[in-house]
Design a protein around this ligand. Structure first.
Ligand code: KG4
Length: 338
């Protein structure tokens, strides 16, 4: 019998469903929510309402594209947390109801494990996947962590941010530049035309493998404030240079600790994951660093960097093999690390 797993993701502002058939990706449907753009950030109450509207059509479409009937499903994997509670409740309740109705196992997935294990998503039989152990630089809107991935079940956070996440640094600085939310992709695009050496922003001096991005944010704000005093058009004239200099500083901060972590752990494989791993500068810099260090780099396809249910389904498939199923009474959780 085929192993068919339905994955459901609803932790933030993307409703996604995906089907895995015998470990191969058969569909991955994502409905993004544009409603938040006008507010410059995700509005939790709106997010959960839109999830409610999207969840049934998104799951139906994922099954249709995979050519699978719901009666053929082996299990349902869903994101239990971390994320926005209201949003998580929609996916969690839907997954529970569907699993109960079909009388099939339910599998809860930690969203961060999903990002870390996204490298195991195979679209064809010949796609290569990492070997354990590997180091994962997990960089998103809510997290910046260095994770030592010993197995699909055993992950150790060896470094993490003590304040803002890398994605927040991108988004908050982009916001003060007047760019739309989320600002990361806009900074990425602008940075390609800018001079990264034009502005210098402060870098943190944090011991060990931990990160900090709040000082960079303050130094970015001071640069804008000081220059806007004399020139009201400063941001407009320097958009590309500001974006390139900001991106370069974020990359330097990320890679400094990544390099340290490679040396400390002696691990021979490095992966990146999370929304910020879609950044072209980050991708190139990690590839260059890995080449220099003689370690293998795993750079995910862009569609698997931001929130998606394929990563939930793949993380669920590891648990399915171990028969690690969850109880119907298990509540979602808002906060937790790996
Ligand atoms: O993992 P993700 O989709 O969501 C959560 O954190 O839940 O990550 C979203 C983050 C946002 O901060 C967004 O600005 C950032 O990923 N991001 C990027 C790029 N694409 C998305 N940051 C920099 N460059 C990009 N190309």
């Amino acid at each position: 019998m085929r192993e068919i797993i339905l994955g459901i993701e609803s932790s933030c502002d993307d409703t996604s469903a995906s089907v895995l058939i015998d470990g191969l990706l058969a569909s991955n449907v994502i409905a993004s929510q544009e409603v938040h753009e006008a507010y410059g950030g995700v509005v939790p109450e709106l997010a959960s309402r839109v999830h409610q509207q999207n969840i049934v059509p998104v799951v139906s479409e994922a099954l249709r594209r995979a050519g699978v009937d719901k009666s053929e499903l082996s299990a349902i994997a869903y994101t239990r947390g971390p994320g926005l509670l209201g949003s998580l409740h929609v996916g969690t309740s839907f997954a529970k109801g569907m699993a109960m109705g079909l009388q099939i196992p339910l599998i809860d997935v930690n969203h961060l494990h999903g990002h870390v294990l996204a490298h195991f998503i195979k679209e064809t039989e010949t796609d290569e996947v990492p070997e354990f152990p590997y180091l994962c630089l997990l960089i998103s809107g809510g997290n910046s962590q260095l994770v030592l991935v010993k197995s699909a079940e055993e992950m150790e956070i060896i470094g993490q941010t003590i304040d803002d996440a890398a994605g927040e640094a991108f988004d908050k600085c982009a916001k003060v530049m007047g760019l739309p939310y989320p600002g990361g992709p806009h900074i990425d695009r602008l940075a390609q035309e800018g001079d990264a050496s034009r502005f210098k922003f402060s870098k943190p001096h944090i011991p060990g493998l931990d990160y900090s991005f709040s000082g960079l944010k303050t130094s970015f704000l001071y640069t804008l404030r000081d220059n806007l005093k004399d020139d009201a058009g400063f941001i407009e004239k320097n958009k590309a240079n500001l974006a390139a200099s900001l991106q370069k500083t974020i990359i330097d901060i990320l890679l400094d600790k990544l390099k340290k972590a490679i040396h400390q752990t002696g691990v021979r494989q490095v992966a990146i994951g999370g929304g910020v791993s879609a950044n072209s500068g980050v991708r190139k810099a990690v590839e260059d660093l890995c080449r220099k260090e003689g370690v293998k780099a795993w750079i995910p396809a862009r569609k698997f960097t931001t929130d998606n249910a394929a990563m939930v389904a793949i993380a669920g498939s590891f648990k399915y093999k171990n028969k690690e199923f969850s109880e119907l009474g298990l509540p979602p959780f808002a906060r937790v690390t790996v």
